[in-house]
Ligand binder design. Sequence first.
Ligand SMILES: Cc1cc2nc3c(=O)[nH]c(=O)nc-3n(C[C@H](O)[C@H](O)[C@H](O)COP(=O)(O)OP(=O)(O)OC[C@H]3O[C@@H](n4cnc5c(N)ncnc54)[C@H](O)[C@@H]3O)c2cc1C
Length: 173
Amino acid sequence: MGAPPATPLDHLVAAARGAADAAGAWLAGLRPPLRKATTPATPSFPGAAKAAARVTREDVGRATWTLLHSVAAAYPERPSRAQRRAAAALVDSLAALYPCAECADHFREHVKHRPVDASSGAGLRTWACEVHNDVNDALAKPRHPCAPPALARRWPALECEVDGRVACAVHRK
Ligand SMILES: Cc1cc2nc3c(=O)[nH]c(=O)nc-3n(C[C@H](O)[C@H](O)[C@H](O)COP(=O)(O)OP(=O)(O)OC[C@H]3O[C@@H](n4cnc5c(N)ncnc54)[C@H](O)[C@@H]3O)c2cc1C
């Protein structure tokens, strides 16, 4: 006996299957070929491999000290009132927002006993060195000499020029 005649529903099901197969083949064409899991991905930008690593408390500490000592190295000997306010605000902001609550609490205590001296470049450099030594003491790390020549050797003003102009000095206002 032959197969029963196809109903309209059979036609519909066959058409839907055909469409699904075609869509599957199309998607397979889009999919990238499987790569062996051991193949390392090429970093997409310089430093990408480092960026993927977790930032540690030590990383943030070193970066923050670099910022503070570099700001101090470029800070004018006769700062304007706005610059003095900005330096004090930078220290206040660090004490409030430092991304390690315990470190921020300790830092606030240090600053209470050793208020920031933003009255001159020499004052800010010495203060940054001394407050860093306060933190070093608390962490049983070696102290750094705070005499101006030793500080200038470790934290000289930045070197950068754009079109022959020094581009790293602090703004005059
Ligand atoms: C505001 C603040 C508070 C912190 N509080 C804590 C905390 O409570 N607990 C904690 O575990 N970590 C804290 N840290 C981090 C800690 O101070 C270090 O940054 C971190 O442990 C990495 O230490 P390091 O040995 O690489 O050198 P760092 O102390 O980061 O110093 C960087 C470089 O600065 C130079 N240097 C060292 N001392 C001085 C100085 N006195 N003056 C000038 N230059 C100097 C040295 O060449 C050194 O290699 C704090 C950091 C900051 C910025």
